[in-house]
Design a protein around this ligand. Structure first.
Ligand SMILES: [Mn+2]
Length: 363
């Protein structure tokens, strides 16, 4: 259950610190002059670009946590811009124009060897597109790029590193970190908790995963930087957007009930013809508590996708590393959950790969 917020101290950005990261263009003797400060603000303000794992609760929570850390410990006056990053077929995840800040950060997403990338936090096993990217990361001496695939959530990882290495106080973000940990680590009490969606944090998760409006997601990030999770998750804007999602979620539940086939520990279903772009990944275990794995095929506007998952409450333990299986088909993820993207028209290719994966997990 979400803990009740006991006051949410405003971000220290409200009171800019004296230290400026860039040399001033004017002499210091004018430092207290209004026009000096205005000039300094206009001409010396630096821009931070934060690229985060889009439509993912942990990605959004990581962006909010990094924002608050950056404003409190690094540069209070930075102008901050956001953009979501998405997994796509092939290796074209980044384009050079994305790194348009004076500083550029990636959180909860793959590494980029771009010289413009100044901060990186990730916890995915499949964190690198190529061995060259990994070598580039291993050679980094900036002290601002971090990977720990043993972490359940990138949000918690950022909070801990920021606290230990940079003196950040992650306390006010405790509730956000707690829920990112549960959601990204799939540490729910039961499949019912996640399929019935009673907790506001889980309703916010659904909104983040489903609402296509990037500017709304960006507002959520900015709100989570300044307000407690419980307040953001129960706001009118979130509650209003959650209602149609809940309706669709119930329809998807019915579709999975109709299409899912269970055998040898594996639930499989193909929702391409139904037109559902995604589904709550705990529905299969809600319906088939004895299953160890799920393999599902869906199609959206931008990709056909195989989702592979494992049941955290399975009576028989997981014996396969799902990221490793997905990597063979050009996908990736974690040991317990992963995905593979194909072009939207590659449905048959997706179906063939799905068949092979089901056979492997059933053996
Ligand atoms: Mn994550």
């Amino acid at each position: 259950m979400p803990r009740k917020a006991e006051g949410f101290p405003p971000c220290a950005a409200a009171k800019p610190r004296a230290a400026a990261p860039r040399p001033s263009l004017l002499a210091n003797s004018h430092a207290n002059c209004y026009y000096y400060r205005l000039f300094d603000y206009v001409f010396n303000q630096m821009k931070l670009r934060i690229l985060y794992h889009g439509h993912c609760f942990d990605g959004v929570a990581s962006a909010a946590t990094f924002t608050r850390f950056y404003q409190e410990q690094i540069q209070p006056q930075a102008e901050i811009a956001y953009a979501g990053l998405f997994h796509r077929p092939g290796n074209l995840l980044f384009d050079g124009n994305m790194f348009d800040g004076d500083e550029n950060a990636i959180v909860d997403f793959k590494y980029s060897p771009s010289a413009k990338l100044t901060w990186w936090f990730d916890h995915h096993q499949s964190a690198f597109l190529t061995p060259e990217d990994e070598a580039h990361f291993r050679a980094d001496v900036s002290g601002k790029k971090f990977l720990d695939p043993t972490r359940k959530s990138c949000t918690e990882f950022i909070g801990d590193v920021a606290q230990t290495n940079f003196g950040f106080n992650a306390g006010p973000l405790q509730d956000l970190i707690h829920w990112a940990h549960i959601i990204d680590g799939a540490l729910y009490d039961s499949p019912a908790q996640c399929v019935e969606l009673k907790e506001p944090a889980l309703q916010l998760m659904q909104v983040i995963e489903s609402v296509p409006d990037e500017s709304f997601i960006e507002q959520i990030i900015r709100d989570l930087t300044q307000k407690p999770l419980s307040e953001v998750a129960t706001s009118d804007e979130v509650v209003e957007r959650f209602q149609p999602i809940l309706q669709l979620h119930r329809e998807t539940l019915e579709a999975v009930k109709r299409k899912a086939v269970y055998a040898d520990g594996v639930v499989q279903f193909d929702l391409v013809d139904e037109g559902y772009e995604g589904f709550n990944k705990f529905i299969p275990y809600y319906l088939f508590p004895e299953a160890t794995y799920t393999v599902a095929l869906t199609r959206g506007a931008k990709r056909t996708k195989i989702s592979v998952g494992s049941n955290p409450w399975a009576p028989r333990p997981r014996r396969h590393n799902i990221a490793t299986i997905c990597e063979r088909y050009g996908g990736g993820g974690h040991a317990v959950v992963g995905a593979i993207s194909f072009a939207p028209d590659e449905v048959e290719k997706g179906r063939a790969a799905m068949k092979e994966i089901v056979a492997e997990l059933s053996s």
